[in-house]
Design a protein around this ligand. Sequence first.
Ligand SMILES: Cc1cc2nc3c(=O)[nH]c(=O)nc-3n(C[C@H](O)[C@H](O)[C@H](O)COP(=O)(O)OP(=O)(O)OC[C@H]3O[C@@H](n4cnc5c(N)ncnc54)[C@H](O)[C@@H]3O)c2cc1C
Length: 415
Amino acid sequence: MTDTTGYSPPHEHLVVVGNGMAGHRLVTALMARPDRPPRITVIGEEATTAYNRILLSPWLAGEIDRDSLDLPAPATHGLHWHLGEQVTGIDRTARTLWTDQGTRLEYDRLVLATGARPTLPDMPGIGLGNIGGFRTLEDSHWLMQRTAGQRAVVVGGGLLGLEAAEGLRKRGVEVTLLQRSDRLMNRQLDVVAASWLKDTLTQRGLTVETGAQLARCEGNADGQVCAVVLADGRRLATDCVIIAAGITPNTELGRLAGLDVNKGICVDGHLTTRDPAIHALGECAEVAGTTVGLVEPIWEQVETLADVLCGHATPAHVPMPSATRLKVAGIDLYSFGAADPAPGVESMTYADPGNGDYRRLLIADDRLVGAVLYGDTTDGPALFRLAQAGTALGAARETLIFGAADATHPLQEVA
Ligand SMILES: Cc1cc2nc3c(=O)[nH]c(=O)nc-3n(C[C@H](O)[C@H](O)[C@H](O)COP(=O)(O)OP(=O)(O)OC[C@H]3O[C@@H](n4cnc5c(N)ncnc54)[C@H](O)[C@@H]3O)c2cc1C
């Protein structure tokens, strides 16, 4: 794919498909710019105004109320909405799209911000009732109908699975968390931090099964799930199953429209598909072979695309690594970089089990390349910036593991 220059004049009618976190952020950014496209239409499949998906976890856990989820409405001048409508087709030649509600719209520029959905494993019983993901308001309402004493199986020991499991546990549900890997958050945590996390969750009352692979779900006479069966033959009775084992980008529209689709809808560094009138943004997009699952890189994509849509020359977006933070009350965890050191990478650790503090830093060529912080995570963002900047550690290398208390070490310089 040829990279576009990023320069083009503002367009008459911009249509944004998807009113999720990426679509909302883009529209908000555009509405703050005087040179935005004069007419913008947003089409969103979800019937509500845009909300903060990240906060579904604390909402499920009863830590915040529903109103806290609402994202601020952008200025409305020149902005049109079609909520509760799904775009079902695009004719690129006629620059027209249509929805499941019979709407037909012409566009000059089109942004696909259709996000992703939970990946459901292909296995017997997956279509039974009371099996679902944790992605939307609707999913959260479904989870909130679970009552104290009911049983739930959560499949997936990553961020989302842990947040779903804790949210349900706090509602009095008896939760078993199944993780296929031998450790929780296996992409982010080393063995020590993962085992501390497992111990903490177990003490709180979660049942955590690592090395546990789901083989099938069994249903009752009403077609509702009543048990899961693991690959080792164990059968666990349950009232519902929450699948949190990865996401699949929503690329169908791009595929139907004949755009290049790999894991996501392929775009260049200016978020442009091989059709110069169509862009993709957020979890549905694939930039330089990379798809995203966190908002930080999406915010960077938004800035680039807003420039492009306002006709400004702008540098190409380059995907950068992100840091991860768990949103479970009372468990502070921050991590970036590889979970395990590659050959030649040095690992430095500090553990204070009494205070529940653990740090593991990965260093290569005198530069910080990864960190896991459990307990006191205050230094996490500064360490991340230090790694991003590629600063040589020098003498500070010896003290970095003990935190930012030492005024001479480079955390002070980059914080
Ligand atoms: C419970 C939970 C907790 C999370 N916690 C964090 C966190 O702590 N930190 C973090 O960085 N990220 C977190 N994430 C991930 C973050 O929410 C996503 O990265 C972000 O929402 C992606 O934005 P998006 O706009 O690409 O997709 P979405 O927010 O999913 O928005 C896509 C929208 O497009 C709509 N749509 C799809 N197809 C069509 C169509 N054909 N027509 C019209 N509309 C369509 C969808 O209905 C949806 O509303 C969390 C996600 C969840 C579910």
